[in-house]
Design a protein around this ligand. Structure first.
Ligand SMILES: Nc1ncnc2c1ncn2[C@@H]1O[C@H](COP(=O)(O)OP(=O)(O)OP(=O)(O)O)[C@@H](O)[C@H]1O
Ligand SMILES: [Mg+2]
Length: 321
């Protein structure tokens, strides 16, 4: 549904988007995750025909975003980073006005407003002036606006930024609901956000894609060499030595507290010696009260790879300078 090939956007000296490519199939809900300044908004603006790219190709529903922008706008609903709502009008008036701009006739507008009001739970404040609404409600008006022409594709730029936890939860539920009928691409710099709503995540840093996959696949990538935590009681030096000799173990660190030795055990990639540890403990008659695999968090991974990317970018700049 969305195809992006080697997209580049240069602002003066700065490469905000530096040759990114990805594809999103119909019905997918994909998170575009990256730190501030990564190039998320720039990419989404190019996809929604608000801005031309410097180079590369992008199509939505088969239409080229550069040469067929009218067709693209018809099938895409866009929630920009800050929604430019008309603060003085009432919700219904505003949506009516936006429907007119999109060329919907009176009957079509009324039907569309009824549909999005229900979809975005706007019923209670459809007649309220927009400037009296809370941030979360305004965000829903922005979403309703993006949905007026019943687009196949929804592109949402940081849809929950600045909302309180309850509103965040409501908006996430709403997005998940919308994803049943629409293809969704949403951006965020908050990892739990995409983890909670998206089937797939594309991680972008300094204008480049650094990783992509389902949350589980990304976690799998972090696992690499993994780490075990064990709490054992028995003779300290013996425990450290014996566990250190087990197949697949690359290092053991011990902290002792109240007679219990808390071991941090590093292992080779893909090795899980928990069973051997258990057997050893049993054989030696030591006691065991914890034994678990510590999987790196997606957050750790995110911080790790985005930091790496920034560093590489700085190094490239220094070489050029
Ligand atoms: N109109 C512009 N002129 C010059 N530079 C710009 C312009 N818009 C964005 N940039 C730069 O391009 C880079 C990418 O910006 P962009 O807004 O796409 O990032 P983002 O990933 O959306 O960040 P955020 O999470 O803060 O919204 C940044 O370094 C930004 O300073
Ligand atoms: Mg942005």
């Amino acid at each position: 549904m969305i195809r992006v090939q080697n997209l580049i956007k240069v602002y003066g000296e700065r490469r905000a988007v530096d040759g990114i490519s990805f594809a999103i199939d119909e019905g997918e809900i994909v998170g575009f995750l990256g730190p501030n300044g990564a190039g998320k908004t720039t990419t989404l603006r190019i996809l929604t025909c608000y801005m031309p790219a410097t180079d590369g190709n992008a199509t939505i529903g088969g239409y080229d975003v550069f040469t067929q922008s009218m067709q693209v706008r018809k099938i895409v609903g866009y929630l920009p980073e800050s929604t430019p709502l008309d603060m003085h009008s009432r919700v219904r008036e505003y949506l009516n006005f936006r429907g007119k701009i999109r060329g919907l006739d009176r009957t079509a507008r009324e039907a569309a407003i009824r549909r999005v009001t229900e979809l975005c739970w706007l019923g209670d404040f459809i007649n309220r002036p927009i400037n009296q609404l809370s941030k979360g409600m305004k965000q829903r008006v922005g979403l309703a606006d993006a949905l007026l022409h019943d687009p196949k594709v929804l592109i949402l730029d940081e849809p929950t930024i600045g909302l309180d936890p309850t509103q965040i939860r409501e908006t996430r539920n709403l997005i998940r609901e919308l994803a049943k009928r629409h293809t969704v691409l949403l951006s965020s710099h908050i990892l739990p956000e995409v983890e909670a709503t998206c089937q797939r995540t594309i991680i972008i840093a300094a204008g480049k894609i650094v990783a992509s996959g389902s949350p589980d696949e990304l976690k799998e990538r972090i696992r690499g060499g993994s780490r075990l935590i064990a709490e054992v009681s028995g003779p300290n030096s013996e425990i450290k030595q014996e566990i250190g000799k087990l197949d697949g173990v690359t290092g053991v660190e011990v902290h002792t507290d109240n007679g219990w030795h808390r071991l941090t055990i590093d292992t080779q990639r893909g090795r899980d010696p928990r069973e051997d540890i258990f057997k050893l403990v049993k054989q030696r008659n030591w006691s065991l009260r914890e034994l678990r695999l510590e999987v790196g968090s997606l957050e750790e991974f995110f911080v790790q790879i985005t930091a790496q990317q920034m560093q590489e970018q700085r190094a490239r700049k220094e070489v050029r300078a």
